[in-house]
Design a binder for this molecule. Structure first.
Ligand code: DGL
Length: 280
């Protein structure tokens, strides 16, 4: 089947994290129609098995294609690390854009030679991450933290709560004390706690100036390059839109869309049944 430029862009994540990628996509390409799938029935992906993440990612991709997606953005570092290679092999006709922790720009940016990376356990243990480290982080010290428990807090909307702040202080204080001056947000959920991260850095006794790297705008630009190359950018007169899907309760994602995007969006429920997704 031929793909046409007026078809929507598919984006997915384990939950609301990928909305931090949807934001720059929407800002840079305002006349694109966006489909966003949050697999909230299975969040967090960070501690699930590779086989599970691959199975979910493939089925979500098929769902987005069935809704007309012309490209699929894997707006999740964990799913990209676990599944992008197999997705490309299994569905070679599909245009994919994935993501990875921004170790390369961080290694170029750091002056102290110490970089902090926040990502999930699965991302850290992936061969993709190991490759990144050996290619780009030979001359820098990388301090990693999987921020256990942070994704569920963000999924519950606790982006400014005391518990979230306490968790982040535990993660960031030792990093700052050891001289980290560049911090990579290697999980798409984390940009939603960026204000909290900035405050903790500001209040830190070391007075360190820290550059925070969120790769989402670069992912949006990369998607734009792929669409341009394929002549699939939306026609100039097209009206942009967003359709949100969740594999859990629509109410909770609608609430979170309001909180995280500043605009309450309608949400469609999709159900996992025998490893397949079907509209509710
Ligand atoms: N947002 C995802 C990422 O970028 C994963 C969060 C999770 O489900 O553990 O890695």
């Amino acid at each position: 089947m031929t793909i046409t430029a007026d078809q929507p862009i598919g984006i997915f994540d384990s939950g609301v994290g990928g909305l931090s990628v949807l934001r720059p996509i929407q800002a840079l390409f305002p006349n694109e129609q966006l489909l966003y799938f949050a697999d909230q029935a299975h969040v967090p992906y960070g501690s699930r098995s590779l086989a599970e993440i691959r199975r979910y990612s493939e089925e979500i991709t098929r769902f987005l294609l069935s809704e007309g997606a012309k490209i699929v953005v894997v707006a999740c570092n964990t799913a990209s690390a676990a599944a992008l290679n197999t997705l490309r092999k299994t569905l070679p006709q599909v245009h994919f854009v994935g993501m990875e922790p921004a170790v390369k720009p961080a290694a170029l940016e750091t002056r102290s030679g110490k970089v902090g990376v926040l990502a999930t356990e699965n991302t850290f243990s992936s061969p993709r991450y190991a490759q990144l480290m050996s290619r780009f982080a030979q001359d820098v010290e990388v301090i990693e933290n999987p921020c256990r428990g942070l994704v569920p807090l963000i999924e519950s909307g606790y982006v400014a709560a005391t518990d979230t702040e306490a968790l982040l202080r535990k993660v960031l204080d030792p990093m700052l004390a050891s001289g980290v001056d560049t911090l990579v947000l290697g999980c798409t959920h984390y940009p939603f706690v960026r204000p909290l991260i900035e405050r903790i850095i500001e209040e830190n006794a070391t007075g360190a100036r820290v550059t925070i790297i969120d790769p989402a705008p670069a992912v949006a630009r990369q998607m734009g390059r792929v669409l341009t190359r394929q002549q699939l950018l939306a026609p100039a007169g097209q009206r942009g839109s967003v359709r949100l899907f969740t594999s859990a309760r629509s109410q909770s994602l609608a609430d979170l869309s309001e909180q995280l995007l500043g605009k309450r969006l309608a949400v469609e429920e999709v159900i996992w049944r025998n490893n397949r997704l079907t509209s509710a």
